[in-house]
Design a protein around this ligand. Structure first.
Ligand code: ADP
Ligand code: MG
Length: 226
């Protein structure tokens, strides 16, 4: 599903360069929760941004479903992202003036689903999958952190992407709620590739099918190497 070959990313600043990723090679397929584990500043978000198609300024190759992303235009990558990739962020990024249902539906509006009935049906289905069917008419500020993150996961899921990318999704949650979120990812990974960035080794080992440990932009351990 995803192949990275000699992936290297250098941030060039006025005074110095930061090698954020150095010669990363790996292959990832669906059916697993892959945890990218590493300390702050190790390059996790940089890698996720490239996998999400947000950052095209890298050396080496990022191949998604057999297609090299290097050869795609920004517009083509945008289309691929909308179709194949769902994102979950640490800070949820929900719109407070929209209900839970509307937040999830919005993800379908953005990708051009014009039929209101199908949007609603798909949104309700995604909310059911994350256990929020009873909360669809609430507003985000009426929810707990864990519930907000579930809404965010439903929003990522609603377009039925093949890949879910989550950057520190449990960073603001207590341990019990974090476990529930990881369990949800585990369930989703039966049919998708779920890549979760975390700095928490305990959760990584408890829920990750594969743990890729990254330090100073290099993979220093891979529980299931190529
Ligand atoms: P993580 O998500 O693991 O905390 P990041 O991928 O955000 O790490 O950062 C990796 C390295 O790249 C760090 O040294 C960080 O300071 C640097 N970095 C990240 N973004 C930028 C940027 N836009 N410009 C310059 N350096 C950056
Ligand atoms: Mg980060």
């Amino acid at each position: 599903m995803i192949t990275l070959k000699n992936l290297t990313k250098v941030y060039e600043t006025v005074n110095y360069n930061v090698i954020a990723l150095s010669d990363i090679n790996y292959q990832l397929d669906k059916g697993e929760v892959v945890v990218l584990l590493g300390k702050s500043g190790s390059g996790k978000s940089t890698l996720l941004n490239i996998l999400g198609g947000f950052d095209r300024d890298y050396a080496g190759h990022f191949i998604l479903d057999g297609e090299s992303m290097r050869e795609k235009s920004e517009r083509e990558i945008d289309t691929i992202r909308k179709r194949k990739i769902g994102f979950v962020f640490q800070h949820y990024v929900l719109l407070n003036n929209l209900t839970v249902l509307e937040n999830v539906e919005l993800a379908l509006r953005v990708i051009g689903v014009t039929n209101a009935g199908s949007r609603k049906r798909a949104a309700l289905h995604a909310l059911k999958l994350v256990g929020l069917r009873e909360h669809t008419d609430k507003y985000p500020y009426q929810l707990s952190g864990g519930q907000k993150q579930r809404v965010a996961i439903a929003r990522a899921l609603v377009k039925d992407p093949t890949i879910i990318l989550a950057d520190e999704p449990t960073g603001n949650l207590d341990s019990e709620t974090s476990e529930q979120i990881f369990e949800l990812f585990k369930e989703l990974s039966k049919e998708k590739l779920v890549i979760v960035v975390s700095h928490d080794a305990e959760y990584a080992h408890k829920f990750g099918d594969r743990i890729i440990e990254i330090s100073d932009g290099q993979i220093i351990a891979d529980s299931d190497p190529i």
